[in-house]
Design a protein around this ligand. Structure first.
Ligand SMILES: [Zn+2]
Length: 219
């Protein structure tokens, strides 16, 4: 006879049962049963199909050396991420891998266990996955930090709207193209330029440009 798994329960050893229960409630779990005896306590959170047993014990139990990693799938990842954001839990967005086309995030529970949350399919309401855009924006942000560390941009954003009005925001990064034209932009407008002008690139603000190369070659 072929064995058939009926259900599974993950066990997490935790330092503080109340702190951990509160965390797993943010992920959508509800306490199903619990018990306490002396310095030990346990709580089953979940509803039978998906359950985690949180166990707190002062015994030097034979614990595995690596923390648990569990992966939870959600119908709507936006809802659980919203709850985590509201509770101030740091959430790392890890993109839209093939097994989570609706998006994936990583959180760390109060005991250092990694919990990955995913949404299997992209819902019709979601914008198409734009990991390229997220990556571009994080590179822009890095460039802006470098500019800021060197005294900041020398002027306001040079983006001009169709009605002729200049963007009043302070610029944060410099963009250039291969013809030698360049301009300073705030981050949203830099993003806009990079998307609409394929030849544009971020003019790096470090000391590795042509001018410093020539200056070094002369010495
Ligand atoms: Zn701007």
């Amino acid at each position: 006879m072929t064995p058939q798994v009926q259900s599974m329960i993950a066990v997490a050893y935790v330092k503080d049962i109340d702190t951990s229960r509160a965390f797993y409630e943010l992920l959508g779990f509800r306490e199903h049963s619990s018990g306490r005896e002396g310095t030990s306590a346990w709580s089953v959170v979940g509803d039978g199909e998906v359950s985690v047993l949180l166990a707190m014990t002062e015994l030097a139990a034979d614990l595995p050396p690596l923390p648990m990693l569990c992966y939870l799938f959600y119908e709507d990842i936006g809802a659980v991420v919203g709850a985590l954001d509201q509770a101030g839990v740091p959430v790392t967005r890890t993109g839209h891998p093939p097994h989570a086309l609706g998006g994936e995030v990583r959180v760390v529970d109060p005991d250092g266990n990694t919990v990955l949350l995913g949404q299997r399919e992209r819902s019709p309401a979601q914008a198409p996955a734009d990991d390229e855009g997220e990556l571009r924006f994080s590179i822009l942000r890095e460039a802006a930090v470098l500019v800021a560390s060197r005294g900041g941009a020398p002027r306001a954003c040079e983006f001009t709207a169709r009605d002729g009005r200049r963007c009043p925001t302070q610029a944060e990064v410099k963009l250039a193209d291969s013809l030698g034209d360049s301009g300073w932009f705030c981050l949203p407008h830099a993003e806009h330029v990079l998307v609409t002008v394929p030849a544009a690139f971020i003019a790096s603000h470090d000391d590795r440009g042509i001018a410093s190369f020539l200056a070094a070659a002369v010495r």
